[in-house]
Design a protein around this ligand. Structure first.
Ligand SMILES: *Cc1c(COP(=O)(O)O)cnc(C)c1O
Length: 380
């Protein structure tokens, strides 16, 4: 097999991860909800003023907690984009939800906020918002719709660390938010995630669900004199070993974000002219949204040109990848729902390509990628 010289992603270690893991191990407490977990949660509560944060073993888990907290029952409808990762859907399907897919916008893979209202029925309980590439959906419009119809908003903020809608941090706007620290994200712990609880009504129950349906958290705070099984729940909390790793990353958040932004901006500056000339789409950042440099993507004119681009880069050992396969056409879902055409979702499925973005991608490596890209695009 040919060696990939420029991979699509390389997990970045900031240096202190193994030190903090050793701290956790030698402290004698390595199960969950210990000092490292609390430090990570506090980091988010202080920096972004999130009301309550609970680390989870994945973003998928955090979304499953959100589905339990919003009391999703058989037949309840959940509106979500089709152009997203399967977890945005599976978390709610597990509780019996009926999925109602919303198309992406013309200018970006984000759900078109203007097209949501027509999908609402008396059974709609939740809108799952996915901020693709960490670029905000139009949360003003979406929260307004949700309020008027008394619907919950869950932000799948898996990609959205340190990104904003106007002056509001993503994950902190909907009733609940879910982050991911999977190794492909900006800040990582291998596998890992976090539930953000913005609506106070959910805080107590969230802690119970997190701790296998027991009121163990309240017990350890001394609020009750014995702990008991009080609700449904699962084992959603990560061990201290994971939290220790994550804390080392969070301490270096600014450095990580700065480096990724440099990479993102260089792609943008050097690729804009040729993309304009060849009718290739670049990331769209609305005036209300910030950019956290999670993904740099191109929207090719068609699937054939995307294939030629990926193959062409592959010949130089540069790995570019595409995603997502629209959920409404997935093996699991096909035949289960309505057959509305979601033209934009299909277009991003066929035409979007992601370029390598990772901390240790050097400027010379990136210039090599850019040079080869421009050559291929000019020859298309
Ligand atoms: C990565 C990702 C997830 C899943 O995160 P895990 O932590 O791996 O569970 C869910 N939704 C979106 C949009 C993602 O990008």
């Amino acid at each position: 097999m040919e060696r990939i010289k420029i991979p699509f992603n390389k997990p970045h270690l900031t240096g202190k991860e193994t030190d903090y893991i050793l701290d956790a191990v030698s402290s004698g407490k390595i199960s969950g909800n210990g000092s490292h977990t609390k430090k990570c949660q506090q980091f988010f509560e202080e920096k972004y003023h999130f009301k309550k944060c609970l680390l989870t073993t994945s973003c998928t888990d955090a979304l499953e907690m959100a589905a339990i907290l919003t009391d999703i029952e058989q037949g309840d409808e959940v509106i979500l984009p089709s152009f997203t990762f399967a977890s945005s859907a599976t978390a709610f399907v597990l509780r019996g939800a009926k999925l109602v897919f919303a198309d992406s916008g013309d200018e970006s893979p984000n759900m078109d906020a203007q097209r949501i209202e027509s999908l609402i029925t008396p059974k709609t309980k939740v809108i799952v918002v996915v901020h693709y590439a960490g670029i905000a959906c139009d949360m003003g419009v979406i929260m307004n719709i949700a309020e008027r119809h008394s619907i919950f908003v869950v932000e799948d903020a898996a990609q959205s660390i340190d990104s904003y809608y106007q002056d509001k941090p993503l994950g902190g706007i909907g009733h609940l938010g879910a982050f991911s620290f999977h190794e492909t994200k900006n800040v990582i712990s291998g596998e890992g995630g976090m539930l953000v609880i913005n609506d106070e009504r959910f805080i107590n129950r969230a802690e119970v669900i997190w701790e296998k349906g027991t009121n163990r958290s309240a017990f350890f705070r001394g609020e009750i004199d014995k702990y008991d099984w009080v609700d449904i729940g699962s084992s959603f909390l990560p061990s201290e070993v994971i939290a220790a790793f994550l804390y080392a990353q969070l301490e270096n958040l600014e450095d990580i974000q700065n480096r990724r932004m440099q990479i993102w901006n260089l792609y943008q500056a050097k690729l804009s002219p040729v993309c304009l000339e060849k009718n290739i789409g670049l990331p769209h950042i609305p005036s209300y949204a910030s950019n956290n440099a999670h993904i740099f993507y191109l929207i090719m004119p068609n699937q054939a040109s995307r294939e030629r681009l990926i193959d062409g880069l592959g010949k130089h050992n540069i790995l570019a990848v595409f995603h997502y396969q629209s959920l409404h056409k997935s093996d699991f879902y096909i035949g289960k729902g309505d057959d509305r055409v979601l033209a934009n979702s299909d277009r991003y499925t066929n035409c979007l390509v992601r370029l390598p973005v990772y901390y240790s991608l050097s400027e010379s490596e990136q210039n090599f990628v850019i040079e080869k890209l421009i050559g291929i695009i000019k020859g298309l």
